[in-house]
Unconditional design. Structure first.
Length: 302
């Protein structure tokens, strides 16, 4: 059995750690309330943006635009991944779960370029040999739409120059305080299968007119020309989804850290109780031994 001094030192150390985890939990709770409100306020806009662009493309027929058309390539396609993680740890499996979407997915090291948003994710993929372009770690402190525009410009530029052929977004969806879902979505370009899926979900349907007769919705017409219009809309669509992902990721990070610190505090309290029991047993054993020695000494004198 460990000595009383060792048990006491360990208990005091765990008590100090427990105070830190309690403070971190409180800080994360306050930050979560702010981030949660922001995520809930902005989510309808970005959902509507995706719905609108999907509806446009599904009603546009054969769209010919460099940002939307899938490139024909003989070799492996270069993939770009916008990886949104956190700058700090102590958030449970938050960062490792988002990194696994890339490392355990169809993203070969030699054919993937990562655009990291968050220091933890960047360090993880760099250790595994992935190429990282840029460092947007400071964005996670307070994401703004201008930050999403900056990231979007860099990625679109890489796509237009042929440096990458496909763009993906890896982030954590904030569902509620205790549920955060690592998600990987494809931003650009849209394959023919993607367009067909959009057509199925937003296909022109027959609807009833005022006289009860059926009428069909017309295909999309562009003014000005299709290429010019899409050249403005597609970057806006991409920037909007990136910003929405940033906002949800911040809320998810604080939710995950709050849960992790709550679990750490509970575990520390359990350990303190166990160490208290061990300390009392060691103390009782020491007292018993002293009494035994006193009695034995008294008997020897007699």
């Amino acid at each position: 059995m460990a000595s009383m001094r060792d048990i006491k030192r360990r208990r005091e150390s765990i008590q100090s750690t427990s105070q830190i985890t309690k403070a971190m939990k409180l800080v994360s709770t306050v930050k979560l309330q702010h981030a949660k409100g922001r995520a809930e306020e902005t989510k309808p806009y970005f959902d509507k943006m995706y719905e609108t662009v999907s509806g446009m493309l599904s009603r546009s027929g054969n769209v010919d635009h460099p940002l939307l058309s899938e490139r024909e390539k003989t070799g492996n396609k270069k993939k770009g991944v916008i990886l949104i993680s956190s700058n700090r740890g102590l958030a449970g499996g938050y960062n490792s779960n988002i990194v696994k979407l890339v490392t355990q997915g169809d993203f070969p090291v030699e054919d993937t370029i990562v655009f990291p948003v968050g220091r933890k994710g960047m360090e993880s993929v760099q250790r595994l040999g992935y190429t990282c372009q840029g460092d947007y770690s400071e964005v996670m402190n307070n994401p703004l739409f201008g930050d999403a525009v900056s990231i979007g410009k860099t990625v679109v530029s890489a796509l237009e120059s042929g440096e990458i052929d496909e763009v993906y977004l890896a982030y954590t969806v904030f569902k509620n305080t205790v549920t955060h879902i690592p998600t990987l979505i494809k931003l650009l370009p849209f394959t023919q299968e993607d367009i067909q899926n959009m057509e199925e979900s937003a296909k022109p349907k027959e609807s009833e007119g005022e006289d009860g007769a059926k009428k069909a919705e017309a295909l999309m017409n562009y003014e000005p020309e299709e290429s010019e219009t899409l050249g403005y809309i597609i970057p806006m669509y991409m920037n909007s989804l990136i910003f929405g992902a940033l906002v949800e990721a911040v809320a998810s990070e604080n939710g995950a850290r709050m849960q992790a610190m709550d679990s750490a505090t509970s575990n520390a309290e359990e350990m303190i109780d166990k160490l208290g029991l061990l300390y009392n047993r060691a103390r009782q054993s020491a007292i018993t031994q002293e009494l035994t020695e006193i009695v034995a000494g008294a008997s020897a004198i007699e």
